[in-house]
Design a protein around this ligand. Structure first.
Ligand code: 5GP
Length: 346
């Protein structure tokens, strides 16, 4: 047994220190980023935020709505090939350019991924998602996908440490998904005691990825737009959001009514709710590592997207970053023992 003594930080442990700025208005801030991905060689530009591949958030409707903001959606893996076909026929190419096709790591998943990608050459992103990105089986699947799809941009995870980020990039990942345990409906830390504070994971993993010419996505743990700014400030190239995009009209969650008020159920992909919906229940050998929450309906996602992008632009102006790309360089985090004033939130 060993103990690492240096303190690891989450978003709640820091604030971004303001800096002298020549920017006159937040409208001057450029949120689009350009990347040329290491393995696929694809040049991409857009707002590097991704709707999470959870079945109530990473929906076709979400992809349509967020493409208008140049934001990506990792479409969840539970749509059938036929549903994909209809979606692809229905939407313009511009929407497909903002879609990641999610997959698990079974042979059946591989066949389905192949079938979906064959439907349109515009589908350029693959998102290989497992709860534990440290498994050999996962790395083998990633290598297989890289061989089969040399020209697709592959995002794979989740991991939280530099050495595993390097292994995934060397095994074919363009973007490594970083985050174990920070999610809004995740109970991994409670059920297993395993995890890593998200900001430190991002800082350490970004360093490892950038050293090899790869990218990372900070996945999970953002609860307000300021957290998104902190993730980018810490070095994340992309930020993935689940809870912040939940319960909107574009989400395909179950709606319930209580005392005349409507709520949408939002749950982790390893929760009992998800396992019941997709595989008929929780297998005997495992525990659910996600929970289910009931959220008031929030209307169209447009207002939320604007709020997030507005917060990000404002964060950039506070530190004098003309473009999102510069935010990391201009970020100094201060460790704090307070965040917002919650006197009216009680
Ligand atoms: P959020 O933005 O809601 O804080 O985090 C979203 C992320 O939580 C997802 O992208 C995914 O990585 C993670 N997640 C989703 N469902 C579960 C779950 O059931 N268990 C765990 N451990 N993580 C989950």
């Amino acid at each position: 047994m060993r103990i690492e003594e240096d303190l690891k930080l989450g978003f709640k442990d820091v604030l971004i220190r303001p800096k002298r700025s020549t920017l006159k208005s937040r409208s001057q801030v450029e949120l689009n980023r350009q990347f040329t991905f290491k393995h696929s060689g694809i040049a991409w530009s857009g707002v590097p935020i991704i709707a999470a591949n959870m079945d109530t958030v990473g929906t076709f409707s979400m992809a349509e709505a967020l493409a208008g903001f140049d934001i990506l959606t990792a479409v969840h893996k539970h749509y059938s090939v036929d549903e994909w076909r209809l979606f692809i026929q229905r939407v313009p190419e511009q929407v497909l350019q903002h879609v990641m096709v999610s997959t698990g790591t079974s042979d059946a998943d591989f066949d389905k991924l192949k079938a979906v990608l064959a439907l349109s050459p515009t589908l350029n992103f693959i998102c290989i998602d497992v709860a534990n990105g440290y498994s050999e089986h996962f790395v083998a699947f990633l290598q297989r996908a890289r061989e089969a799809f040399p020209n697709k941009t592959i995002c794979a995870g989740n991991v939280v440490t530099g050495e595993m980020v390097e292994e995934l990039i060397l095994s074919g990942a363009d973007i490594v998904k970083v985050g174990i345990g920070p999610g809004s409906v995740c109970t991994t830390r409670v059920k297993t005691g395993v995890g890593y504070p998200q900001l430190s994971a991002v800082i350490e993993c970004a360093d490892a990825a950038h050293g090899l010419g790869g990218q990372i996505v900070s996945d999970g743990g953002c609860s307000v737009p300021g957290d998104v700014a902190k993730a980018f400030g810490g070095g994340a190239d992309f930020v993935m959001l689940g809870g912040m995009l939940a319960a909107h009209d574009e989400c395909e969650g179950h709606i319930i009514e209580e005392n005349g008020e409507q709520f949408m159920l939002f749950y982790g992909m390893s929760s009992e709710s998800a396992m019941k919906r997709h595989v008929g229940g929780v297998a005997e050998y495992r525990a659910a590592e996600g929970k289910t929450v009931k959220l008031p309906l929030r209307g169209p996602v447009d207002a939320t997207a604007r709020d997030i992008l507005g917060g990000l632009r404002s964060a950039c102006t506070y530190v004098g970053a003309e473009r999102l790309k510069e935010l990391t360089k201009r970020t100094t985090f201060i460790r704090v023992a307070e965040q917002e004033n919650r006197v009216f939130n009680r």
